[in-house]
Design a protein around this ligand. Structure first.
Ligand code: NCD
Length: 301
């Protein structure tokens, strides 16, 4: 049987996207999970706290059998390819793999090469895609009663290296969002043809925030920067692009603040904003479990 995959936001039908989001919201309000008997593997080759833990919690709550493979301690260190590792797990009975890897595009490549009976979820590939993060961000907003077609969303920060931003833009477009504006330093703006074309770029955050209903802050991804942009002065970054209470006051009074985590307080946003009443950061963490449960249900049932 051909297994289901979630590699990027363009893959699933709009119907499936809406089913996942509605189901995530229903689960967060106490709907009973569909119990599952499948075996899944979390295969993480990059550091991760919330993504790895929430996939594990989601799987456990559904009754799935879960194998956690830490890439750093696997046979990959002996030279085995990711393809061979996943094929081996599948031969042992794993029916779906959740993969995080620092190589951009690896999930698309593997999707061509793996047996079609193995399900695959992209949990973040380099600077590529992070579809489950986008789904959980949209579900978090929906759970708060936000109608995406009516809102202005500002995404601010290191857009060039952000798989979160790329998947969020793709999803917000598919869901017919009112407007998406991009803000961040010139050197961290996305290159053309990388999924952000046609969106308005603001050269300062204060201007971007005018009339904003949602602002998504992105982590400065030092590990993905080359030597030329790696010399970023973080205090200077915060002065220009950090979300402070004073800046947030430029947006609509009820503007929601999001960050996929891990966040750097005092860099992307001030502690006051991160802990303030408009912050959805812990709601995102909570919804990440329900959204990933809904994703497993959609792919496995
Ligand atoms: C993001 C990731 O790893 O892509 N975090 C996450 O999944 N919650 C964002 C980041 O690392 O900055």
């Amino acid at each position: 049987m051909k297994a289901m995959r979630l590699i990027d936001i363009d893959g699933p039908s709009l119907d499936m996207i809406e089913t996942i989001m509605d189901r995530a919201v229903a689960l967060s309000k106490g709907s009973e999970p569909l119990s599952q008997t499948h075996t899944i593997a979390n295969v993480f080759f990059e550091p991760s706290t919330r993504t790895r833990v929430s996939f594990e919690m989601a799987a456990t709550r559904l009754g799935l059998r879960v194998i956690n493979l830490d890439g750093e301690r696997s046979s990959m260190t002996k030279g085995e390819s990711v393809l061979d590792t996943l094929a081996t797990l599948h031969a042992m009975g794993v029916e779906l793999a959740v993969l995080r890897h620092d190589q951009t595009g690896i999930c698309h490549e593997l999707s061509e090469q793996l047996p079609s009976s193995l399900g695959l979820i992209n949990a973040g590939d380099g600077c590529g895609h992070h579809p489950t993060q986008a789904l959980l961000d949209a579900a978090t907003l929906t759970a708060k009663g936000v109608h995406l077609s009516e809102v202005k969303v500002v995404i601010c920060g290191d857009l060039r290296h952000s798989r979160v931003a790329r998947s969020n833009v793709a999803l917000l477009k598919r869901l017919g969002v009112g407007e998406v504006g991009l803000a961040g330093p010139e050197g961290l703006m996305p290159t053309s043809g990388s999924g952000f074309d046609g969106l308005r770029h603001y050269d300062n955050l204060d201007a971007a925030l005018i009339d904003a209903d949602v602002v998504m802050m992105l982590r400065v991804q030092k590990e993905r920067m080359d030597a030329s942009d790696g010399r970023l002065d973080l205090a200077d970054y915060h002065r220009h692009w950090g979300l402070t209470a004073e800046r947030l006051a430029k947006a609509k009074p009820e503007c929601w603040v999001m960050h996929p985590g891990p966040m750097n307080r005092g860099v992307e946003l001030s502690a006051q904003v991160a802990d303030g009443p408009q912050s959805l950061i812990l709601d995102q963490a909570r919804m990440s479990v329900f959204t990933r449960m809904a994703i497993f249900e959609a792919l496995l049932s």
